[in-house]
Design a protein around this ligand. Sequence first.
Ligand SMILES: [Zn+2]
Ligand SMILES: [Zn+2]
Length: 264
Amino acid sequence: MTFIDSHCHIDGTEYDADREEVIARARDAGVTTMLNVGTGDPHSGLFERAVELAEKYPQVYAAIGVHPHDAKLFDDAAEERLMNLAKQSTRVIAWGEIGLDYHYDHSPRETQREVFQRQLRLGREQNLPVVIHSREADDDTIAILTEELSGYERGGVLHCFGGSLAMAQAAIELGFFISFAGNLTFKKAEDLRDIARQLPLGRLLIETDCPYLTPIPFRGKRNEPARVVETARCLASLHEKDLEEIGLITSENFARLFGVRWQA
Ligand SMILES: [Zn+2]
Ligand SMILES: [Zn+2]
């Protein structure tokens, strides 16, 4: 069995006390690979920390990029720091998470759009696939991706998907993958499950986005990569497949997008 958690944040302080056990539990659950997404203030050393984690564990890779929440902190120094990290470590396999978040608006929208565009160009310069965070910003996200990445072969993923069916289809059209997190299992997520049912399995990934979005039946507890199996289970029932098959298909999709194989 193999499952890949395509988006987690296990470098965070929430895991300082038991990170080894979290990684061991993932392995026991069949989660062979994890993409740890660095996030936070780009001047704080948090991204270096994310890359160090990926250097330490062969099954952990790193993504680096400034989250839309922190777009106001992005500047030339941040760019230099992130570009150096991407160049120095082969463990960095994606640029992100980057994008637009109009739900929280922690950074002004104009700044979010500028920084998103700028980082799409950086990811492209590094020839890395991009990891996109988009919340309540469907139209702007697709417009910017279309403008910046049309014809870009490495593509990317819309992580923790929560948009419309039209958005998912537009992204797939651009060569993107769609990743579902634990919220797919939530009672009220009927609409999201309807969308997941209609998308081609060859374009889907699974993730935890941990420590957030703990799937049913573990809701209320801290999330961790081992729980990605619950999202796979939900997807399996939506597409009437075996759990094992969903694990394999989404792992193959991950390998195709990020260019890395999982270890058995
Ligand atoms: Zn996100
Ligand atoms: Zn995230």
